[in-house]
Design a protein around this ligand. Structure first.
Ligand code: C2E
Ligand code: MG
Ligand code: MG
Ligand code: MG
Length: 295
């Protein structure tokens, strides 16, 4: 409600719409839903899906953890809906901790499975999480408690990081880097990131936002942006990952532009861990049998 009031005050003439009773009601019910996140954790309704990341040789090298909330009455709520609600309700710290614990526990278990042992795992974190004073010690203690290898964990950070106190954030992230944790800049090209600031963060990966991938085949502007991001990433020594790759022609175009990593429905939707295991077998299967040696 505080946010609605604040927006109403600052929105001027548009303020009227915030007092539209239906909108207000919708807002309240969303907030009520968000406030039930604690209950959801207790009832075991939160879970992680995993989306594979593929290299240029079509091998699965990594997976991204994506949060879902399975509600008995409503079905599954996606992260795109859930995360902003959790932030608004002041519960992102709780959700973030649950995600980090779950992800690190999975990662530790993967190290004992031949099929999954080589994978790295990417976890999304929002600006509000990074801003918490105990963010870094919390990640490190979760890593330690789980027994997961820090060098197999990667955090995906939003470009919004750039709009706030970048120096403080850079110092925090550097500590995680020292422990071997990887850092990716998510949705690159959509926010306020400047190239100068890109160098201030100890990143090892950038992800080209899906919006540039979408128009890749027929929109020359998108292709130009994608080419520039890939070239810049390479110049800075970063791994460039394209997200939202849905078609083979998009993958091919990206490959031609020098992109080495891909993620998207073309390869797999986000899936539960069991399905990830079988997806890995299909995706990693050699495309052609090795030539028979004639005797
Ligand atoms: P993101 O990190 O950029 O994740 C990519 C989103 O695009 C995911 O949506 C994924 O399901 C979707 N996606 C992947 N491939 C394709 C494709 O080929 N086509 C299309 N149309 N979509 C694709 P999702 O899971 O709803 O997540 C939305 C956003 O919510 C994420 O964007 C991320 O910023 C955030 N998020 C997800 N899980 C978490 C979490 O555990 N913690 C935090 N703080 N944020 C999270
Ligand atoms: Mg992400
Ligand atoms: Mg992304
Ligand atoms: Mg995205």
């Amino acid at each position: 409600a505080d946010i609605a009031m604040y927006q109403a005050k600052t929105a001027g003439r548009n303020a009227l719409c915030f007092f539209d009773p239906t909108l207000q009601k919708e807002h309240n019910s969303r907030l009520r839903q968000a406030k039930d996140i604690n209950g959801a954790i207790g009832r075991g309704e939160l879970h992680l899906l995993f989306q594979p990341q593929i290299d240029a040789e079509d091998r699965v090298v990594s997976a991204e953890a994506l949060l879902r909330w399975r509600q008995p009455e409503r079905g599954t709520v996606s992260a795109a809906e859930l995360i902003p609600q959790a932030i608004e309700a002041g519960l992102i710290a709780t959700v973030g901790r649950w995600v980090m614990e779950e992800a690190c526990n999975r990662l530790a278990a993967w190290s004992r499975e031949p099929d999954l042992a080589e994978l790295t795992l990417a976890v999304n974190v929002s600006l509000q999480q990074v801003q918490q004073t105990d963010f870094v010690p919390e990640v490190l203690s979760i890593l330690k408690a789980s027994g997961a290898d820090p060098t197999r964990l990667r955090l995906e950070l939003p470009e919004r990081l750039f709009t706030d106190d970048i120096d403080t954030i850079a110092v925090k992230l550097q500590v995680l880097r020292w422990h071997g944790v990887g850092l990716a800049l998510d949705d690159f090209g959509t926010g306020q990131g400047s190239l100068r600031r890109l160098q201030q963060l100890p990143l090892d990966q950038i992800k080209i936002d899906a919006c540039f991938v979408r128009g890749l085949a027929d929109d020359t502007n998108d292709a130009t942006v994608a080419r520039a991001i890939i070239a810049m990433g390479q110049a800075l020594g970063l791994t460039v990952v394209a997200e939202g790759v849905e078609r083979a022609d998009q993958r091919q175009r990206l490959l031609d532009l020098g992109c080495q990593r891909f993620q998207g429905y073309l390869f797999s939707r986000p899936v539960p861990q069991g399905a990830l295991r079988s997806r890995l077998k299909t995706l990693n299967r050699p495309k052609r049998e090795a030539p028979q040696v004639a005797d």
